[in-house]
Design a protein around this ligand. Structure first.
Ligand code: GLA
Length: 380
């Protein structure tokens, strides 16, 4: 399909087509920028790039989603305030050049079906897709971890949005029918099979993540402050990853209640994620679901990043047959919930939650049964 779009716009077939998926996080929320643990899965919604080389140093890029074209020169890559959708590609391209990869010009068409601002990491898919695109078009042979860090750098330092490494990582290295357990400190990872008995169901609240960026920055700062307070009590901690639940109890007097609750979410979420991985590996799906439920409560009460709509979706989900666990996923303040549902109950679950959500208000949330998918840098 992107091939046809490319032909229509540029009048010739593309040389290559690459695909980078969005993601859903099963557990381990707001832990990645604290050197902690996450367990996301890539989903079967993706951003696709099609393109071919040019003989000069110009890049012409067409966005199918915005039905617009932008153009830039490889020797002078600037942020574009008009075609902001092109900034992810610009950032990735600029940093590849800056790191010494001599690129050539290209014609590119891209677009996809990862909903934007829904908390399913459409930006990471665009960045990882751009990285995979150059890698394949020019045979750069990029190391996957380098490529993932580069995509994150484009988001942080070029587009200017703070984020951890989870989204880029899973978009690059997700695996079909598996979740990916990642240690965000040393970037070691392993794939964990999801099993044939369950489905991942994503429910979109329909609320765009309006407050997400400013509140995300506040949470980042609060986590750093909490670490500084705990370190000041004499504990050798560099990040909340190093803090054990008992340390946190002991440090209760060292910080105010708000900071303590923020830290408490992260410390307990890391514990839950470690236990969840074990539960999934051991086939203890009910325990896994309980941990998802606990994660949501912690995000709601301690970290305060949920919203009434997300809470409503979680409440509806938990009342359905076949539900194992339900929680908000991603940064919060709108976006989606993730649900683990028994395979046989998934269709009924979708209908009941959609009906219940529509009945509860004016928003028409969309629901997807997701298939865990391969990432953009996975080679057969
Ligand atoms: C966003 C960020 C991720 C991560 C999540 C919260 O998706 O991009 O790096 O911090 O929020 O877990």
């Amino acid at each position: 399909m992107m091939e046809e779009t490319f032909r229509r716009i540029f009048g010739a077939p593309p040389e290559i087509v690459v695909r980078a998926p969005g993601r859903v996080n099963l557990i381990g929320e707001h832990t990645d920028y604290n050197d902690g643990f996450v367990l996301p899965a890539a989903i079967d919604r993706a951003v696709t790039y099609a393109g071919r080389r040019r003989a000069d140093r110009r890049v012409r890029v067409f966005s199918e989603d915005f039905n617009a074209t932008a153009e830039f020169n490889l020797d002078d890559i600037q942020k574009d305030s008009q075609h902001t959708w092109s900034n992810y590609l610009r950032g990735v391209t600029k940093f590849l050049e800056a790191d010494g990869d001599r690129l050539t010009g290209a014609e590119i068409a891209f677009g996809g079906d990862v909903p934007r601002e829904a908390g399913l990491s459409s930006s990471a898919a665009v960045e990882v897709g751009a990285t995979a695109f150059w890698n394949q078009l020019l045979g750069l042979g990029l190391d996957p971890i380098y490529a993932i860090k580069l995509a994150k750098r484009a988001e942080n330092d070029f587009v200017g949005v703070p984020c951890g490494i989870m989204d880029q990582f899973i978009s690059a290295l997700g695996r079909r029918d598996h979740a990916l357990f990642l240690d965000c400190r040393d970037l070691s990872y392993r794939h964990v099979p999801l099993g044939a008995d369950v489905r991942i169901v994503v429910c979109d609240s329909g609320v765009k993540r309006a407050l997400a960026q400013s509140e995300y920055e506040i949470r980042l700062k609060q986590c750093r402050e909490a670490v500084a307070k705990i370190a000041a009590t004499g504990l050798p901690v560099k990040s909340l990853r190093d803090v054990q639940p008992s340390d946190l109890d002991a440090a209760r007097g060292a910080m105010d209640n708000l900071l303590w609750r923020r830290a408490h979410h992260v410390v307990s979420e890391n514990q839950r994620t470690l236990e969840a991985v074990k539960a999934l590996q051991g086939g203890h799906l009910e325990r896994f679901g309980e941990l998802m439920n606990e994660s949501h409560e912690s995000l709601r009460k301690d970290y305060e990043v949920s919203s009434p709509e997300l809470d409503k979706l979680v409440e509806l989900a938990r009342a359905q047959k076949g539900i194992l666990g339900a929680r908000m996923t991603g940064a919060g303040f709108g976006g989606c919930t993730v649900n683990l549902v028994r395979a046989g109950a998934a269709e009924g679950f979708v209908q009941a939650v959609e009906k219940g959500y529509r009945g509860a208000g004016t928003l028409s949330g969309k629901t997807y049964i997701c298939q865990a998918s391969d990432g953009a840098l996975v080679t057969a």
